[in-house]
Design a protein around this ligand. Structure first.
Ligand code: HEM
Length: 210
């Protein structure tokens, strides 16, 4: 249980508008990134399929957000993935990485065009060099929501994403999406991993630009 303030309505009128200075462990993710050695393991008819991939992620700061007394700083992101030497989109994802300095909460939202959304949460110290967020289907504080076909055929029961910040201005992730494929006895671990190298800077949020 969180130690939330009794007055949930009154907004903090002294918010630092420089998001890049208030992102805690998410600060290292701000910018534009590329990773050429991604590895995806996805479900298929007879056996899991493994696929290498090339990934671009654009993570840019947004203005601070208030929910009443709560203050969140965040990055809006777009992930685009292709197979090596292909143009066709292999995976596309949009969402936010959010940081609540008052509680050390990290929130990660993702929307993918399979008709699926996820809100995954975790906790970390502001100077953490590794952190993880998780979501469980059916939870009311995080969650996974899939369209009717996915819910029937590839029900997603949990999601876990671990981020590691490397000392050389790169970062790595590992994610495990646990699917219950229709008619199969065992859950399937749909996993993805990559290391991202910086290819562009973070642009300060609109309010910080004045
Ligand atoms: C780097 C990230 C990811 C890549 C490259 C990727 C790629 C893929 C691929 C290639 C398939 C099989 C597609 C097919 O057979 O039609 C698949 C299936 C699936 N993925 Fe992902 N995925 C990623 C992340 C995620 C995430 C984060 C989620 C949800 C939290 C997710 C949910 C699903 C589901 C539910 C399926 C089953 C539907 C199907 O097989 O058609 N994926 N993914």
């Amino acid at each position: 249980m969180h130690d939330y303030p009794a007055d949930i309505f009154t907004e903090n009128d002294d918010i630092d508008v420089d998001t890049l200075a208030n992102l805690g462990p998410l600060r290292a993710l701000a910018g534009v990134w590329e990773g050429t050695k991604g590895l995806d393991v996805n479900p298929y008819i007879d056996a899991p399929r493994r696929q290498t991939y090339i990934e671009t992620i654009d993570l840019q700061p947004i203005d601070p957000q208030s929910n009443g007394a709560q203050v969140l700083y965040g990055l809006r992101y777009h992930t685009h993935i292709v197979k090596p030497d292909e143009v066709e989109t292999y995976h596309d994802q949009v969402g936010y990485w959010l940081w609540e300095p008052a509680t050390g909460t990290i929130l990660h939202s993702l929307t993918i065009p399979r008709a699926q959304v996820v809100l995954a949460t975790g906790y970390a110290a502001a100077d953490a060099t590794s952190f993880e967020v998780t979501a469980v289907r059916g939870s009311t504080e995080n969650g996974i929501c899939s369209g009717p076909f996915l819910e029937h055929a590839f029900r997603t029961d949990s999601f876990r994403l671990v981020v590691t910040l490397n000392p050389d201005d790169t970062w790595s992730y590992f994610e495990d999406t646990v699917l219950q494929v229709f008619g199969r006895p065992e859950p399937f671990h749909h996993t993805d991993r990559n290391t991202l190298y910086r290819v562009g800077p973070a642009v300060p949020n609109p309010l910080a630009r004045g």
